[in-house]
Design a protein around this ligand. Structure first.
Ligand SMILES: [Zn+2]
Length: 484
């Protein structure tokens, strides 16, 4: 069997940084260390001057997702952009259509992804209709490799679930070792504020933010945390957008409750002034929760560095400005919610996180790769560089400088969230299970290479003491049904 030898690179994991060679066989890392000449290596890559990262695991994407009569941009373009940026696994949200079974929902997403994804993936099912049949189907879904479920507390009349649904799901999740992920915004109040604003003729994109003040995110975050506590289940709050909701999480964790959470690059790098751009440009920046006041950014960085937030995911849910965002030209509530970022989130966080001195190189890998893999039940197959792990590797050149622009990006959208940003660092080569899919920054893979990866239940949320700062030394895989 052919071997690949990556030599002279600086290996970076969530815990360590060291110079080592890697040997890969059958898609796995089989040896790490200083190696003599590997005479039978079929491929030799000299990684001198490069970091060798585990491929990023983006736990929060929406590919080809229906929204307000349109669909977010597809697997075909967005996973290639992801690969070139250094992301080798995504966990995408499969939306349960009302009346559909979990098996049908999972199959629908897998069918859509099959032959259309450049990188590996797993799925969360977003439950919109929790009938008794669905409750009974949950253990089967977990056995089929889906161990995370999403509940929306917002999008009333579409995706939103009520509190009793959320509570029932939390009760069920702990029985089977699943993790409930929550979009925490109060959908009832948003719906009311939308109606009031529109009745006053306030239709422009900026009113999207006015209709979703941070207090209603904080309230929903608090409610979700308390319901999880009452149900005795861990919970994971997605896309925390500011200091106050983060404070709810911090407080719960300080009491020992297993509450975990994510933020996204847009809340660290963009702010609500973008929504006020003239000529409907603000529609480009409509996502939920909305972009916040700039002062929230520092509070989010603090929440990252003090361990309140464990992961960063992109919430990549990309739409075209001209064709799709336009659906809300006369009504902000109809603007498709979502933005892009999967192509550049790694250099953005490297530049404005690591190089700016906010986080260490190891924390960076913890946030974008190790911790997402741990919480999503994919570790240590994904999220680290270790013997036996998948050889999903990013050979990252920290010296390259680039200006982010839609003119040259690979993402399908006609605009870029981070247009004009200067960033440092870029993936030079990317390997997916040992196969080179990006060579010298150019995508050379095929869309049939990405595979569905089974997630294991009882992931990190069941095994981490929230009072511990990090989850750095945790990580032995646990088999189905293992004790908490
Ligand atoms: Zn999302």
């Amino acid at each position: 069997m052919s071997k690949k030898w990556i030599k002279n690179g600086i290996v970076v994991t969530s815990t360590d940084t060291y110079q080592a060679d890697l040997l890969i066989e059958e898609g796995k890392i089989i040896s790490i260390g200083k190696m003599p000449d590997i005479s039978d290596a079929e491929v030799v890559i000299d990684a001198s001057g490069l970091y060798v990262f585990p491929g990023a695991v983006d736990e929060h994407t929406h590919m080809s997702m229906p929204f307000n009569g349109t669909e977010s941009l597809p697997w075909e373009t967005e996973t290639v952009a992801a690969a070139v940026g250094g992301t080798t696994t995504i966990v995408d949200f499969a939306l349960q259509a009302k009346g559909s079974s979990l098996a049908d929902t999972i199959r629908k997403w897998q069918t859509r992804a099959a032959e259309n994804t450049a990188i590996d993936y797993n799925l969360h099912v977003a439950i919109t209709d929790l009938t008794n049949e669905i409750m009974e189907e949950i253990p089967t879904a977990v056995k089929s490799g889906v161990s995370t479920f999403k509940l929306f507390m917002a999008y009333k009349g579409e995706l939103m679930v009520d509190d009793s649904t959320m509570f029932r799901m939390l009760q069920k999740a702990k029985e089977v070792g699943a993790l409930v992920m929550v979009h925490a915004e109060n959908g009832d109040v948003i719906s009311l504020l939308q109606q009031q604003l529109l009745a006053e003729g306030k239709t422009e994109p900026y009113y999207h933010a006015v209709s979703r003040p941070i207090d209603i995110e904080t309230e929903a975050t608090h409610r979700a945390i308390k319901l999880a506590k009452a149900a005795g289940s861990p919970i994971f709050i997605v896309h925390v957008s500011g200091g106050e909701p983060a404070q709810e999480i911090r407080r719960a964790r300080a009491s020992g409750q297993p509450v975990f959470a994510e933020t996204c690059p847009q809340y660290l790098f963009l702010d609500e002034t973008y929504l006020a751009l003239p000529g409907f440009e603000g529609a480009k920046y409509v996502c939920s929760p909305p972009l916040r006041e700039r002062s929230q950014q520092e509070q989010l960085w603090n929440a990252i560095t003090d361990g309140t937030l464990q992961t960063i995911g992109t919430d990549h849910c990309s739409f075209d400005f001209k064709n799709q965002k336009n659906l809300g030209r006369n009504d902000f509530s109809k603007i498709p919610n979502g933005g892009n970022g999967i192509e550049h989130w790694i250099p953005l966080l490297f530049t404005y996180g690591v190089k700016a001195g906010k986080i260490t190189l190891n924390q960076f890998i913890e946030l974008i790769s190790a911790n997402p893999a741990k919480f999503m039940g994919l570790y240590p197959r994904k999220g680290t560089i270790a013997i036996g792990s998948d050889a999903d590797l990013v050979l990252f050149d920290p010296k390259v400088e680039q200006t982010i622009t839609a003119a040259s990006h690979l993402q399908g959208s006609d605009y870029n969230f981070y247009e004009g940003r200067q960033v440092q660092g870029a993936a030079r080569h990317v390997l997916l299970r040992g196969e080179v899919i990006v060579k010298n920054g150019i995508y050379v893979g095929s869309l049939s290479q990405g595979q569905f990866i089974h997630a294991k239940p009882f992931g990190a949320a069941y095994r981490i003491n929230p009072l511990a700062r990090g989850i750095t030394n945790e990580g032995k895989p646990v088999e189905t049904g293992a004790a908490l």
